[in-house]
Structures are given as C-alpha cells and as structure tokens.
Ligand binder design. Structure first.
Ligand SMILES: Cc1cc2nc3c(=O)[nH]c(=O)nc-3n(C[C@H](O)[C@H](O)[C@H](O)COP(=O)(O)O)c2cc1C
Length: 203
C-alpha cells in the first residue's frame, strides 16, 4: 500500500507513522520550573543528534510542562529508562497538573543535577545534564506552525552507574534501555547483538 500524508488516508485502525520510525529511544526529561516545582516525563521524540558538541533533542507535541520549564530555566536532564523502570516511566506520563511532581507520583528517588538546576532519576543507570541551545516550532512546507516544539540541549555532564559497566562499556544486557515502538509496544536492549562495520580494503 501507499498513501500520501496530505490526507493521511491509510485506512488502518491506527496511524502507522510512529511504528515505522521505530524503535525510538526514550528521554526521561527532568525539569524544574521557575517556581521551584519539579517535573518528570517521558519523550520518545528524543534522540542524540551530534557528538561534538554532544547534543540531544526532545519534541513536545503541544505546550507541555517539560517545554515550559526548559523555556523558563534553560536546562533539563534526560535519564535512561531501563526495563526495571519501564512501568514507573509509564506512570510519569500521566497528565498531572502543572507543579505536581511525577517523581512522587511514580515513587522514584530524585537526584539533583551537578551542573544544571534540574532533577534526574536517581535509580537510572545513566543520565544527561543539558543546557538548552535552541527551541523552535516545527513548521509545515507551507510554513504553517505545527504546535510541536523541538528543544535542543547541549550535554554538560553525564552520570553513569559503574555497576552497569562491563569491560569499561555500558553493558546493554544490564542497562536494558527501553525504546518505544509503535502503538503500545516497547522493546529493551536485553538481547543485544553485535556487528562490525564494513571497511573498504586499503590499497
Ligand atoms: C513512552 C512515551 C513517550 C512519549 N513521548 C512523547 C513525545 O515525544 N512528545 C510528547 O509531546 N509527548 C510524549 N509522551 C506523552 C507525555 O509523556 C505526556 O503528555 C506527559 O504528560 C507530558 O508531561 P509534561 O507535561 O510534564 O511534560 C510520551 C509518553 C510515553 C509513555
């Protein structure tokens, strides 16, 4: 089948777009508002986009609390979601009123960023401390604003649980990072496999 997205007439019970761009890593975004309240929410429109400077992004479909706080304070954290934390991650996606701490709602321990004033998930095997470098609204070809806002952040500090390292590498079988597939499907990294990249033969 083929369909054009201008009318999005796929005829399927659910839009397959997010199942096709899959699996997507989950950034568990920790922020603080200028009123001091804390916030935690999962974002699967999330990824690393550059090594140098180390940069990540998340995208808010509509003006959500994480976007508001990142705008107000210019910082956020992104904690890694491991399989053991998946259910708690899901709890933090609840549409709690502004100012309610999802750390408390999900029974998660909160740790404070070392170089940014934003909290992260203490139980996470890894967390990134980020400063906002830009925020922009996604536009259509015609320049129509979408109501989706991309937050880009430079990674200033990285927390790594040394118990999740094997031979100096983050052990994916231990870290088991959860990714979002389509619909209500998730996967984790508990059964990783390795492949070497091909190299063109030297002359
Ligand atoms: C796994 C997962 C991934 C999600 N990804 C996104 C996303 O990329 N963008 C978004 O706007 N909402 C996403 N959501 C929904 C938000 O987490 C939800 O709307 C949440 O209440 C937003 O919280 P906030 O207002 O505290 O930022 C996701 C939910 C789940 C469970």
């Amino acid at each position: 089948m083929f369909y054009e997205t201008s009318d999005n007439a796929h005829g399927l019970p659910h839009d397959p777009f997010k199942a096709i761009v899959s699996p997507r890593p989950i950034g568990w975004i920790g922020t603080r508002g200028k009123d001091g309240s804390v916030n935690l929410a999962p974002y699967s429109y999330f990824n690393a986009v550059s090594d140098n400077p180390k940069t990540v992004m998340f995208s808010s479909s509509g003006r959500k609390d994480s976007l508001r706080n990142a705008e107000e304070t210019g910082v956020f954290t992104a904690s890694m979601v491991s399989r053991a934390l998946a259910e708690k991650m899901n709890l933090t996606s609840i549409d709690a009123p502004y100012g309610e701490s999802e750390f408390g709602i999900a029974g998660l321990a909160m740790a404070e960023g070392r170089v940014v004033d934003a909290p992260y998930v203490a139980e996470a095997h890894a967390a990134l401390e980020c400063r906002v470098t830009s925020i922009f609204e996604v536009k259509s070809l015609e320049g129509r604003p979408s109501g989706s806002f991309v937050v880009m952040g430079q990674v200033m500090g990285i927390h790594l649980d040394e118990a999740a390292l094997s031979e100096g590498m983050l052990d994916m079988a231990i870290a088991a990072p959860v990714a979002r597939m389509g619909y209500m499907d998730y996967c984790d990294g508990s059964e990783p496999f390795r492949m070497r990249r091909p190299a063109w033969p030297k002359a």
